[in-house]
Design a protein around this ligand. Structure first.
Ligand code: NAD
Length: 249
């Protein structure tokens, strides 16, 4: 159905959460998948785990090139590695802004730069960026995170325009709050994690969090030849949070 069989994919931040679910879903559809992560230790076959830091140009370029060699090319790049940040504009010093923007925004730029020479050789080239509902909604206490994901949304559109004539599609997904280790860590740091979790669920339009597998399914679709005419789009996987104009998390 998706036409992914025989294609080669690189997923950054693919050792956990949405990235791992995406890597597994791509592999289940017949793609060969390399996972690039700071810590790929837990990644197992059929996925190929490679150590890489999207915050470091040389590291990510070496890993993308190695993935291309091991897989025989790259058709799909999923720019998923990212970090969270809490607080208003008063809460984080410039150093923290630089750190988060460097990973969440420049990380996408570096991985894409490294992958483009390989993508140009593919007949089914596509890039999918893991953006966020925070790109388009004013989430309280998340100024830096929202700014970083707003930039990823803009980058998605600009890259889609730049590479459309080369046959390289670029899209993004905007997940709402997804049940991943990252969110689990956030909840665990609360005074009463169970009460916090219940309150978080209650704020969701569907009364539950989005699952990593649901976000992965959207990424798989956008990455696949089934979406051959889809480029420059942001697909919300947020349980209706944005479309229903309900109070954000
Ligand atoms: P996660 O923490 O479970 O997984 C993130 C992975 O990225 C980890 O394996 C981590 O090692 C890796 N990583 C972090 N920095 C890296 C770097 N510099 N280089 C390489 N790898 C790096 O997080 P998640 O919740 O699955 O989030 C994945 C993506 O989804 C992020 O871009 C995040 O902003 C986005 N997102 C998450 C949610 C959510 O609610 N979980 C919502 C919207 C968007």
């Amino acid at each position: 159905m998706t036409g992914l069989s025989g294609l080669r994919a690189v997923v950054t931040g693919g050792a956990s959460g949405i990235g791992l679910a995406t890597a597994r879903a791509l592999a289940a559809q017949g793609a060969a998948v390399a996972v690039l992560d700071l810590d790929p230790g837990g990644v197992s076959e059929p996925l190929l785990g490679l150590q890489a830091d999207v915050g470091d140009e040389a590291s990510v370029r070496a890993a993308v090139d190695l993935a291309a060699t091991r897989l025989g090319g790259v058709d799909i790049l999923v720019n998923n590695a990212g970090v969270g940040a809490l607080g208003t504009v008063e809460d984080n010093p410039d150093e923290e802004w630089h750190r988060v923007l460097d990973i969440n925004v420049l990380g996408v730029v570096r991985s894409t730069r490294a992958a483009l020479p390989h993508l140009r050789r593919s007949a089914h080239a596509s890039v999918v960026n893991t953006c966020s509902i925070g790109a388009t909604a004013g989430l309280p206490q998340r100024a830096l995170y929202c700014a970083s994901k707003g930039a990823v949304l803009s980058l998605t559109l600009a890259m889609a325009a730049d590479h459309v004539r080369e046959g390289i599609r670029v899209n993004c997904v905007n997940p709402g709050t997804a049940d991943t280790p990252w969110v689990a860590r956030l909840l665990d740091s609360a005074d009463d994690p169970e009460a916090e979790r219940a309150a978080l669920h209650a704020r969701q339009p569907m009364g539950r969090l989005v699952t990593a597998d649901e976000v992965a399914a959207a990424i798989v679709y956008l990455a696949s030849p089934a979406a051959a005419s889809v480029t420059g789009t942001a697909l919300a996987v947020d349980g209706g949070m944005q479309g229903l104009r309900l109070r954000p998390v």
